[in-house]
Write a protein of this length. Structure first.
Length: 306
């Protein structure tokens, strides 16, 4: 699945890969309890490969953690479990359902209901539970305008909140991991990558990814010009929203309730890369949670969202 290639062949290391490996090593050197936030999506899978290379021949020196909404695509969960087993990695799972059951968050209802925003509370509780001081994630600056304001080492206060107006100056080769008691840092090793960079890297490294990223026939329905999965009881559907089989794939694999599919016949990595090259629409265009307001992502990040 994520087999290591010959590490002596440094001729294949590109500048983005080299930068990300440097960042991974800085995290291990500067922080006491780092963790890699893992969703089972292409970006976090890419992070796992980069971490493998950063610490080879040793194992990755920190655990993976998944904040599970309970509404993930089954293909993603199956892939997650298989990956950690094959690589012998430690996986921590914390569930949004537990936060709901404990009365810490309230389940949304209605046609745009999603558990995506509820992840924040579960994530902050997990950081406090394990006393993580650095959380590595696969956010990229090209994803969404609020992401572009982040530093590679992005400090959160002791409430897990992010202040976009109080960001440290940061030069690439001077990553400042000094934090106050109670603070933690979100780390973004692939900040400077684009969606195409990630896919090109997956192609070059021959990294296996969940099948949901490739074209497949799926029961779907249309709403607001987007294509939604009808294969489960998670996504709300009105009676007049007709189910139809379509050939689709997913460019991003977040919570099922807020992640739409795209029409596609790209059934292998080569055709996916070509499709991304030709696309004029951002991958986040299929994430309805980003459309709740112009500042939806920024507000969630200020509250502690990744």
């Amino acid at each position: 699945m994520l087999k290591i290639i010959d590490m002596k062949d440094t001729s294949k290391i590109n500048p983005l890969e080299n930068e990300a490996i440097y960042i991974m090593r800085e995290v291990a050197a500067q922080f006491e309890k780092p963790v890699l936030l893992f969703s089972g999506g292409k970006d976090s899978i890419t992070l796992v490969r980069l971490a493998q290379k950063a610490f080879y021949p040793a194992k990755i020196p920190f655990p993976l953690m998944h904040i599970d909404t309970g509404h993930n695509f089954p293909e993603t969960i199956e892939f997650r479990d298989r990956l950690v087993k094959e690589l012998g990695l430690e996986l921590i799972v914390r569930n949004v359902q537990d936060s709901i059951d404990e009365g810490k968050v309230r389940e949304e209802s209605g046609r745009y209901a999603s558990r995506n925003v509820l992840q924040t509370t579960t994530l902050l509780d997990a950081i406090e539970e394990f006393k993580f001081d650095a959380c590595i994630g696969g956010a990229r600056r090209d994803e969404e305008k609020a992401r572009a304001k982040e530093r590679i080492f992005s400090v959160r206060d002791d409430f897990g909140q992010w202040d976009e107006k109080n960001q440290r100056p940061e030069l690439f080769d001077m990553l400042n991991g000094n934090i106050e008691l109670g603070q933690n840092v979100r780390v973004f090793p692939i900040s400077n990558w684009t969606e195409l960079d990630v896919w090109s890297y997956i192609q070059k490294e021959q990294i296996e990814i969940p099948s949901i990223y490739f074209a497949h026939t799926r029961a779907t329905f249309l709403r607001d010009g987007l294509i939604w999965s009808a294969d489960d009881a998670v996504v709300y559907r009105d009676e007049n929203e007709e189910v139809e089989e379509r050939i689709v794939r997913f460019r991003t694999v977040g919570d099922m309730s807020c992640t739409a599919a795209v029409l596609s016949t790209a059934s292998d990595i080569v055709s996916v890369v070509q499709e991304i090259r030709d696309s004029t629409i951002s991958e986040r265009g299929a994430r309805i949670d980003d459309k709740r307001s112009e500042a939806a992502m920024e507000k969630r990040k200020q509250q502690g969202y990744f």
